[in-house]
Each structure stands twice: as C-alpha cells, then as structure tokens.
Design a protein around this ligand. Structure first.
Ligand code: ZN
Length: 492
C-alpha cells in the first residue's frame, strides 16, 4: 500500500466525494482491488524473493577475469589433477554475472576507480577513492556495514591502504594519500585489518616507517584493543576478536617469491579473519579479501607468478566456501575482481623465427604449463635484481638458475641489456623481454603491461546472490551490496 503515491490517493478521495452514491461504490471497489493487489505483490516478494545475508564475504582477485580463471582451472587440472573452486564450485553452482569496468573519465580503469564503483555504486575518476570529482565522499560498503551494526574485515596481499581495500572503506581524492587512508582506518576501526603496508603505520625515522607526522598508528591500534601480529605464526595463534596484521613494509611478496614463515598465505589470512569476525557478531560481518597478485603479475606479464597467485586465491576461496557452507542461509559469498591486467592471451604460435623452423605451429598445453611451473622467481623480482644496467653474466646466471628450459633469443637479450622496451604499451623493458621469452616457448602471450577493458566475472552463492546475475555495470555491484546491507539493518 505504501507504494501507492499519496497524490493518487488524494485524487481518489476527492473524486469519491464528488460522485453519485452508486458510482462511489464502483470506484471504492476498484480502489480496494488496487490496494490489495499491491499488498499481495509486496508479500510475495518477501516470501519468495530477496533474502538478506547476515554475513557477506567478498573474495576479490585484482586483475583477474575469465581468461585468468580459465588458466587457473586448466593448470590445476593438468598439473595436480585438482579442481579449481572459483570456476568449478562458485561459478558453476552460484549465480554468474559480468561487470563493465570503465571509470567516469576514461575507458580503461585503474583499481581505485573500479573498486570505488563496486563499493559505492557511483562512477569516479581514475585514482579517486570513493569520492566524486568535486570532492564529495560516497558511502562505502564498509561504512554501510558499520552503520548496520556489522563487524568489518579487510584483508589484502597488497598494502592495506592500497586502492581496493581503501575504496571499499574510506575516501581520498587520490589513492596515493596513504597516510590519510591509514588515519581513516583508525577512525573507521575495521575489526580485522591484515596485509602489507606497515610503513604508513610508523613514523619516519623508525625502522621501515614513512609517516610525516610522529604518530605510531600501530601502537594506537594496540591501545584500542587490537591484537597486533607481524608473521605467520603470530597470525595462526591469534585469539583476539580485533586483529591488526602487517606482514611487510609495503606489498606482501608474490606467492612464487614468498617465505611462508614470514608472510601468511591468503588462505591463512582468510581463516584468521573469519575466526576473529565470528566472535561476538550478532549482526554478522562484511569481510573483503583481496589477492593483489594477479594484477602485480599481470603488470610484469608474468605467467608463473600469475598461476601461483591464482592457486593461492583459490585456496582462500575454499576456506571462505567452507565457512559459507557451515553457515548456510546466513552467508553470501561473492568471488569477483575489478578489471583485467595484462591482456592475457594463451594461444598457438610458430615454434621458431627462422624460415625453416617457423613452419611448425604449436598450441599451448600441459607440457608448456609444466615448463612455466618450473620457473622459480617472479619476473618482477628478476627484473628488480637485474636492475637498470644488467651485466650479461648476471643475466645468464639468473636465467640458468630460475628459468630452467628457457632460452633468451638474441633480440630479447638486446632489449634487456639496452633497456629498450619492446612496445610502447610494454612499460618495462626487462619484464617485457623475459615475458616474451616465456611466451615464445609456451604460447602464453600477453597484450600489454597495463589494464584492459575486459568485463569482469562475478560469482555469488547464498542469500542475495541472485542480485548479481547477468551483465551489469560495476556500479550495480555496489548498489546491490548496499541494498543487501542496508535492508539487513531493518530486517533484524
Ligand atoms: Zn593494476
């Protein structure tokens, strides 16, 4: 009934008074039938329709979309005979959707603008964090969750103040306002905050600290009852219901480079976050878990780094899925991402460049994946170690040690030694050339060292999942989350 506009009811009342008695009866019957139809539609929607989740887990793989998911699935099957939970469970059994990703001011998005749209329901300019071009903050998912009495968790392999977790929580004109973002975290007080980026929690002058004021924000969190953990063992042993975990000064390492004692996996962080958030949460929680590494590997056009990041993310999705199943009917699990990175293009290619060898064409398959899986270092770390003026013998040693079975063609060798990028959209000479070496022998090519316009895939399981079905805009994703979170405040 409340759906009927007030002016329409007034109009009817005036009309009724002006009518003859017999006509009044007819019009009254008409009004009663319109009103009861309206009530029954409302009731039917409540009965069969949208359910509001108590808990929402957003599993977010920065830079990954369909081609990356397919690579994760195919490689898990070929190399380990394992299934891939993202595709084989969440996408296959859940609701499936796609999101357009363009920001307000361009066709290609950065992570800040994409995550802002997905958090607030509004398009913003590239590099803005949940804020309009004229500086108006838009309400974020975590702000909505806080207002609804839910507990909050932010987990990432990047710096905790990086664009995606920041845009799901707070506001900034630019994603590079790290110190302000950390200050806003202290004010917002997410119950769980795990990742890298200790540098902007500590004053410059202290070890690893970069803050321009003299504040120790890590101590400020501890003073507010947070358990502060700095390595894997401390995280796994944590018993607190409020948790700050900072495992690197900046980004945590890619899985391919990571020391598991120093830095926990995404799955370990997810498990710790779920454990902490489940404590004393009558109104539930919203947990955002990001693996940044498909994006980092994509920028370096790094096949081995990407595949290991995808597997690590999938293990974290398994942890989240187990929780979702245990709390069936209460938890919405969403697997999603912000944009594609690297223009990933597994393909077939000529097996050699010379006239004779060029006739044979090979198609990427299991043997090529095995070659990729044998690489022992990320392309980013290899490029960092080689530096801007790599000596030929250092390059040879790097290749022999970390890239078994690969041969660097003469043109690519020149590219690295002379630091001449292969193409204008390959921003980094060394990673571009190492990536092309891997591509020539495996068929796993990349189109760019930047982001692309590919729509991203969304999979959702649990109450409210159907809102995410179909081809939507990334702003719809944000609107759907707000609808589910805001309504749950009144429903409970
Ligand atoms: Zn990126």
């Amino acid at each position: 009934m409340c759906d009927l506009p007030r002016s329409f009811l007034m109009f009817l009342a005036v009309m009724l008074l002006g009518l003859r008695r017999s006509n009044r009866l007819i019009v009254s019957l008409l009004v009663v039938s319109i009103v009861s139809a309206s009530i029954s539609v409302d009731a039917a929607e409540r009965r069969g329709g949208l359910r509001h989740p108590k808990n929402i887990i957003i599993m977010f793989a920065d830079g990954a979309t369909a081609t990356q998911w397919e690579l994760g699935k195919y490689s898990a099957r070929q190399l380990f005979n394992e299934s891939f939970t993202v595709t084989d469970v969440v996408f296959r059994k859940g609701e499936l959707g796609m999101l357009s990703t363009h920001p307000l001011d361009a066709y290609i998005t950065d992570s800040a603008a994409a995550a802002s749209a997905m958090s607030t329901g509004y398009k913003v300019n590239n590099f803005a964090v949940s804020m309009s071009p004229d500086g108006k903050p838009y309400k974020t998912v975590m702000e909505a969750a806080k207002a609804a009495g839910k507990r909050l968790g932010l987990v990432t392999t990047a710096m905790v103040y990086d664009a995606s977790p920041a845009a799901f929580s707070v506001h900034a004109r630019s994603r590079s306002e790290f110190q302000s973002i950390v200050d806003q975290y202290l004010a917002l007080a997410p119950d769980v905050l795990l990742g890298g980026g200790a540098d902007y929690f500590l004053p410059s002058g202290s070890a690893g600290g970069k803050r321009s004021d003299s504040r120790d924000v890590m101590a400020a969190f501890a003073g507010r009852g947070y358990q502060v953990v700095r390595d894997t063992a401390q995280l796994n042993a944590a018993q607190g219901s409020k948790l700050l975990g900072l495992f690197a000064d900046q980004d945590m390492d890619l899985e391919i480079d990571s020391d598991p004692h120093k830095q926990p996996t995404t799955a370990q962080m997810t498990a710790a976050a779920l454990k902490a958030l489940s404590r004393g949460s009558p109104r539930g929680f919203v947990l955002f878990v990001e693996n940044e590494n498909p994006d980092t590997a994509g920028h370096a056009m790094d096949a081995a780094g990407l595949i290991k990041a995808l597997w690590a993310f999938d293990k974290a999705v398994q942890v989240a899925l187990e929780f979702q199943r245990k709390t069936r009917g209460e938890t919405l699990l969403i697997v999603c991402s912000d944009h594609e990175t690297g223009g990933l293009s597994p393909t077939y290619a000529r097996s050699g460049a010379s006239p004779g060898s060029g006739a044979r064409v090979f198609s990427m398959g299991a043997s090529h994946l095995k070659l990729i899986a044998g690489i022992g270092i990320s392309i980013k770390q290899a490029a960092d170690k080689l530096g801007r003026k790599p000596a030929p013998e250092v390059l040879d040693e790097m290749l022999a040690r970390h890239f078994p079975g690969f041969t660097l063609d003469a043109d690519l060798r020149e590219t690295i030694l002379n630091q001449q990028p292969l193409e204008r959209n390959f921003l980094y000479a060394t990673s571009g050339a190492l990536s092309r070496m891997v591509a020539r022998q495996t068929g796993l090519y990349w189109g760019t060292s930047g982001h692309t316009s590919e729509p991203v895939v969304v999979g959702a399981l649990g109450p409210g999942a159907r809102l995410f079905r179909g081809y939507q805009d990334n702003t719809d994703f944000g609107k759907n989350l707000h609808r589910l979170i805001d309504r749950s405040r009144t429903a409970r």
